[in-house]
Design a protein around this ligand. Structure first.
Ligand code: SF4
Length: 236
């Protein structure tokens, strides 16, 4: 990403942030009530077998969990990576085209909640009939507002069995408040991430070096996020 493109993206995000801060929460609440939603406590949004379960988490949410638990950053989060249709098709190098530097490090933007080997969220019990979140009170806003999200100033929904079920006025309003808060935090986090980002050098051998790491069972990541960049080794 060159400096020009970076400036353009930051300008666009800052104007979206300005508009997001003026969103009418009551209007979003009305839309939520019209759509309807009740959590079925099925745990499907936390498990990979039922679809894309990546949970983007911003820096302040990571710090909240760190401060109120004995968990460290790398136990909470991992690099935000692309997802493909099924876990079996996943090869993190294939998904990283253009993001590998001359030393074989894969560069990513932002964090997502750490997942287990089977790609379920690391905070959902292994027993697939138990859907209790281990960090329920500290869970990120993406979890507490699922299946709703804001994009381009509009309310959107992800796939969920609970959609269409009756929801009360108060509950709709509380959900709308959280959604707008999440939207603003996400935009602020992304703007800071771009501001801190200084690029990286690609080279002919980068992919070959990354493949040699993969053969040894790990990959090196550099995560660019709102506090700078963080090097992390991920066992594959
Ligand atoms: S943090 Fe909790 S609610 Fe969120 S995906 Fe993980 S288990 Fe599910």
């Amino acid at each position: 990403m060159n400096e020009n493109l970076k400036e353009i993206l930051i300008d666009e995000l800052e104007s979206e942030l300005g508009a997001a801060k003026k969103i009418n929460v009551q209007q979003i609440a009305n839309e939520i009530q019209n759509i309807g939603f009740q959590c079925m406590i099925c745990g499907k949004c936390c498990r990979r077998d039922f679809g894309d379960n990546r949970v983007a988490i911003n820096t302040s949410e990571i710090h909240d969990i760190e401060n109120q638990s004995d968990l460290r950053l790398e136990e909470i989060a991992e690099p935000f990576v692309a997802e493909v249709e099924t876990p079996e098709e996943e090869c993190e190098i294939n998904e990283a085209d253009g993001l590998i530097d001359e030393d074989g490090n894969i560069h990513t933007f932002g964090w997502m909640l750490r997942r287990k080997e089977n790609k379920d969220c690391s905070f959902i019990p292994d027993d697939s009939t138990d859907h209790r979140c281990d960090i329920y009170k500290l869970r990120p806003l993406l979890c507490s507002t699922y299946p709703f999200y804001m994009e381009g100033l509009k309310l959107n929904t992800s796939e969920c069995e609970g959609l269409g079920k009756e929801i009360g006025t108060q509950q709709s309003y509380e959900l709308a408040e959280l959604l707008v808060k999440r939207y603003i935090l996400e935009l602020e986090d992304t703007i800071l991430t771009y501001k801190k980002y200084n690029g990286f050098r690609t080279g002919e051998n980068g992919r070959i070096i990354a493949e040699s790491y993969l053969k040894q069972g790990y990959l090196n990541y550099i995560v660019h996020y709102s506090e700078g960049s963080y090097r992390i080794v991920k066992n594959i």
